[in-house]
Write a protein that binds this ligand. Structure first.
Ligand SMILES: [Ca+2]
Ligand SMILES: [Ca+2]
Ligand SMILES: [Ca+2]
Length: 416
């Protein structure tokens, strides 16, 4: 009788596994993993899963239909994760990608190890330049002390995703995400942000306490070597104040480094700042991040990070333009339908429609110097498209832009 039950159990387990995934991945059970240690926020490149309400058994599989992202081999992407309580984590993060797709996460597939006790994680993950890894692959991330991919520690939490490993897929430059504890959303927020001629008033806050305003919405042009005034405020509401920090990605590498921290305030409701754009800053569009946080620099981590979990506050991102005014004018004279900038370009090429909706971009094809098609990019309906072309070899490329009204426009660009 016992052997029949065992056989039945094996059969049922096999059957369930088949239905969950073709690969029979181990599924850890963490008795208390659904509580403080749960991975509530996770972002990897364009995959963003915020305020996930996980299962109480400490394991979640997020299907590809809802959460996935394309990752080129040989490129690096930001990964951010956190639980929901700044001081509550039991420490430690590990993650794997089953690169060889054999259903096992082995040590060579470990993509990050963080043994520091922290509720919040930020890493840039490089996908190995190996064509055998191309395809849909399982990613596993474990928080709070789970040392192996199948570890069933009581207090750990495990989340699985499917990522799509590709080659040379054009994509926008993505920055690491900021998060806020869910019950602190709207407690403190940035209601007004101004810098130079950019004015965003009464912006309020949204459910994830993060907003990205592309330069089709707000932007301003600044020159290297000059200083500009910024101003930021929140409505006086909770009787608590926060710290403002401003970063600008001056070298356009997709990260805000410590040396790119342009301003830090004392705890306050409102603050002015003088921002000096350093000489030698490369011309082009640069990401500016302003973050307002209750604990700010006095929090448990000692300084406010541009990424990961804050204590209560909001983050806003803007695209500002530095020192390429004359180049833009040249392009506008040449064609009054699109702006293509910066040119020469290093990382991100922007195509902005300056004509009517019918003239918005339908497709962009990129050809190399000898006329071979490299990519066709379908940006969707938007008056601003961005192509991440950092991995293109240096040289001259021809851009063939088709607008919604099927008119073709050609541009020559120089990739540095
Ligand atoms: Ca494997
Ligand atoms: Ca706001
Ligand atoms: Ca940077």
């Amino acid at each position: 009788m016992k052997s029949i039950i065992n056989s039945l159990a094996v059969f049922v387990t096999f059957f369930i596994s088949l239905n969950i995934n073709a690969q029979n991945y181990c599924i850890p059970i963490h008795q208390y993993g659904g509580f403080d240690n749960a991975i509530v926020n996770f972002a990897f490149n364009t995959l963003i899963n915020i305020n996930a309400r996980p299962d109480t058994n400490g394991y979640a599989f997020y299907p590809e239909a809802s959460f996935t992202t394309d990752l080129n081999i040989g490129e690096s992407y930001p990964l951010t994760a956190s639980n929901d309580i700044l001081a509550g984590a039991h420490g430690g993060w590990r993650a794997w990608i089953d690169y060889n797709n054999d259903g096992i996460f082995d040590n060579s597939e470990l993509i990050l190890v963080d043994s520091v006790s922290d509720a919040s994680l930020y890493r840039k993950i490089t996908i190995p330049n190996n064509k055998n890894f191309i395809g849909k692959r399982r990613l596993r991330i474990v928080s709070s002390g789970g040392l192996s991919p199948c570890d069933s520690s009581d207090y750990s939490y495990t989340a699985d995703y499917v990522v799509n490993i590709t080659q040379n897929t054009p994509h926008p430059l993505v920055y690491g995400m900021p998060f806020e504890p869910q019950d602190m959303v709207g407690v403190l927020y940035i209601d007004v942000f101004k810098i130079n001629t950019l004015v965003n008033s009464q912006s309020g806050y949204d459910s994830i306490s993060y907003s990205y305003y592309p330069d089709s919405q707000f932007t301003t042009s600044m020159e290297p070597g000059k200083s500009y005034t910024a101003y930021m405020s929140n409505p006086v509401w909770a009787g608590i104040t926060g710290t403002y920090v401003i970063w600008i990605d001056l070298n356009n590498d997709g990260e805000f480094s410590d040396s790119e921290m342009m301003f830090t305030s004392d705890p306050c409701y409102a603050s002015s700042a003088t921002i000096k754009i350093p000489m030698g800053t490369t011309a082009g569009i640069h990401r500016l991040r302003v973050r307002y946080d209750w604990w700010g620099s006095s929090g448990p981590s000692g300084s406010l990070s541009p990424y990961g979990l804050g204590s209560a506050g909001e983050t806003e991102d803007y695209d500002i333009s530095i020192g390429h005014t004359s180049g833009l004018e040249d392009i506008i004279q040449a064609n009054n339908q699109f702006m293509v900038y910066p040119n020469p370009v290093k990382n991100n090429l922007y195509i902005k429609t300056i004509g009517s909706d019918e003239q918005e971009v339908k497709s962009i094809s990129v050809y190399n110097e000898v006329g071979q098609l490299i990519h066709t990019y379908l940006p969707g309906t938007s008056n601003l498209s961005s192509l991440y072309i950092s991995y293109y070899p240096s040289g001259i490329y021809l851009l063939n832009i088709i607008s919604q009204d099927n008119k073709k426009t050609e541009y020559k660009i120089i990739k540095e």
